[in-house]
Design a protein around this ligand. Structure first.
Ligand code: XIL
Length: 302
């Protein structure tokens, strides 16, 4: 193939990007999006603060615009994210205990129901594990409603949209030897053993000097897949430039292709200037929309 999406499709995979809906009026941006990608993730527009700004008052307008763009251009949609400790609407701050639990499950049910049939995979829960060496859950307001909050969310999402793959998504879970990776692995193994409806694990894969691309990344993907879940690379960006950055991008791509249950790769933005990172050049296209060395490395690996 001559584009990321077409080449990935030849391998039975997708190639996606995060999209900021307000950039759909930028012709350079949309030109690259429509040419190269066949999966999209809303960068912010399907998060809790965007979709439920007041309790039980939903606003799907921006997310719906992205779904419409995807459907009109033959792209599929990753849903991101039903529950996360960040980007919650202010009103959740006054809730705790059973009231927060009820609001949380209602949010999952309403959003997954609205998008039923339109989502390839949902990040049902995002970033629920602690950094550092504990391998434990993050102490969030959601965690404080009870350790079973994650499985309750997955069951609610399955009931609302039985056709979507349901994913757990996190960062710093790429290196097999890290405690956080093991914590997530143990949760997924337990969920599979007990019949909690989980279908996939998302590896954000934000690589930088503190958490570089690890040489055991393929091992991590393989070990999770062996639990009976699909694996997806969901928010890829790699700090750096030139040939070292390109090499890491190529390695990530080859690692996904080496794992049968690795469904696809999503980068977290199109041009370097679209990145959520305050500085640096972590993406596949430069600020003018030109293909970088990293782009060529990915295309050649596909
Ligand atoms: C980021 C967006 O890119 C930014 O625009 C926003 O200000 C903050 O969130 N992990 C995730 C994503 O799961 O939702 C985050 O996206 C990046 C880190």
């Amino acid at each position: 193939g001559t584009t990321l999406g077409a080449s990935a499709a030849e391998q039975g995979r997708y190639f996606g990007t995060a999209v900021a809906v307000n950039k759909l009026s930028d012709s350079t941006y949309v030109g690259i999006l429509n040419r190269e990608f066949n999966m999209v993730t809303a960068e912010n527009e399907m998060k809790w603060d965007a979709t439920e700004p007041s309790r039980n008052q939903f606003n799907f307008s921006a997310g719906d615009r992205l779904v419409a763009h995807a459907q009109a251009n033959g792209m599929r949609v990753r849903g991101h994210a039903l529950l996360w400790h960040q980007q919650q609407p202010g009103w959740t701050g006054s809730l705790s205990g059973s009231a927060l639990r009820e609001a949380m499950i209602n949010h999952v049910t309403q959003v997954a129901t609205h998008y039923r049939g339109k989502i390839h995979s949902w990040d049902v829960v995002n970033e629920a594990f602690d950094d550092g060496n504990s391998g434990a859950r993050r102490n969030s307001n959601l965690q404080q409603t009870g350790n079973d909050w994650i499985e309750a969310a997955f069951r609610a999402a399955r009931a609302a949209d039985p056709g979507a793959k349901l994913c757990y998504n996190d960062y710093n879970t790429d290196n097999w030897s890290w405690a956080k990776t093991q914590g997530v692995y143990n949760m997924v193994r337990d969920f599979k053993a007990r019949g909690v409806p989980i279908d996939c694990v998302g590896f954000q894969s934000h690589f930088n000097s503190g958490s570089p691309y690890p040489s055991n990344y393929r091992t991590t993907l393989q070990n999770f897949a062996a639990l009976g879940v699909d694996v997806q690379i969901t928010e890829l960006d790699i700090e750096g430039s030139g040939s070292s950055q390109a090499t890491s991008y190529g390695n990530v791509t080859r690692d996904c292709l080496a794992v049968a249950r690795c469904n696809g790769i999503t980068v977290w933005g199109i041009r370097d200037t679209d990145s959520w990172r305050a500085s640096g050049t972590p993406l596949l296209f430069d600020g003018s929309g030109n293909k970088k060395q990293a782009y060529t490395a990915v295309l050649n690996a596909l």
